[in-house]
Ligand binder design. Sequence first.
Ligand code: SF4
Length: 455
Amino acid sequence: MLDQTPMEVMERKALRINPLKTCQPVGALYAALGVRRCMPHSHGSQGCVSYHRTFLTRHFKEPAVASSSSFTEGASVFGGGSNLRSSVKNIFDLYDPDIIAVHTTCLSETIGDDLNSLILEMEIPDDKIVVHCNTPSYVGSHIHGHANMVAGFIRYLADKRAPKSDRVGLFPGFVNPGDIREFKRLLSLMDIDFITLPDQTGVLDGPMTGVYEMFPEGGTTIDDIRALGGVKLALAMGEFCSTEPALALKTKCKIDSLVMPLPMGVNLTDSFLMALSEISKKPIPKELEDERGRLIDLMLDANPYFHDRECAIFGDPDTVLGLTSLALELGLKPKYLVTGTPGEAFEKKGAALLESYGALAGAKVKAAGDLFELHQWIKNEPVDLLIGTSYGKQIAKAENIPFVRAGFPILDRYGHAYQALVGYEGALKLAVKIADAIMDRMDSDCADEDLELVM
Ligand code: SF4
């Protein structure tokens, strides 16, 4: 007779099903698009950059321009140096950018191409610049790629001899142009002069003019990146995305940074504005106090619909933590927090945030997770609401759960790149969407004659 041993539960470690992240070069390419007259360049095969561009274009609904070293079998065997030299010459000859920002791919990292040496030995026109960062995609995620590219710009260009100024550096992190506009509005309202790196406003949310511009007017200028070496302080928004650029600026130019969470919801926006007030030595203007008051008013009005509803929040780590803070303030109960980006810090910070509201019991917080696992959790213990990227819609449909899209990517809806999640205004708009989603569900669950009761 066979031994009757209890079935062992196997943990899935080496496989991701429906991952909640994409590869490092996607983040690097996005960061490079936030520098004026910059050509992002993918040092690898055409298939890679084709995927990266498509992915960004589907989210932003704008062309994401980038070039490729076009690796074939030869480069895979002999290295990609010759391809890079030809690429750089052709790009400057044909498209005339001011700067080329090279990021690596899995293939060039595996070959071991030494980008530092290749760029040093390359013939580059006097008035042109080539920078690079390493983005091996078998580690990290698009968030690391973004951080590495921003740090790469700083390492090459930030000038420690730049004149000392009263300006503040702003690393907005991997957020939408709508968020960057909101950051800039808040700093302007606090009367702070700033340099934003990167700045995709005017590039990936530019107006329709009828004329195609390969290099639109937006983006951080090269002079401003150099001037980062003289700012009095840098604000690094989002620990996961902006710590690396902050370290690069400290190492190269001895400039301190304040690393802060993305200011989503009341508490985090309060902290951000208090930091700005400290920097500028100016009080927070009434305009912002009124915005805060309107947000609080909405939160109170709609609280009966938010209160104690369990939700799952998933996406990029800084965004998920910011959204969780807002969700807790609204009265929701975040039950599952998942990011695809690896890093224990996410689990610790997520758990601490839930604990601070007494909401940790029964909750699960996971880094390097995937949507398959989230779906299994929801099947076992359902939630009332999903908040996250487009990829959650299959779970929402299968389990009939209201779904609010927020974060990156949003592929199946329009306009998200224009909308801020940060600041009081961003929180207010998201709170309205959440209330709408919950109340739409209540309406559809109601008998026709009871509809008026939920008005
Ligand atoms: S091979 Fe690597 S760099 Fe290229 S698309 Fe795949 S994960 Fe990204």
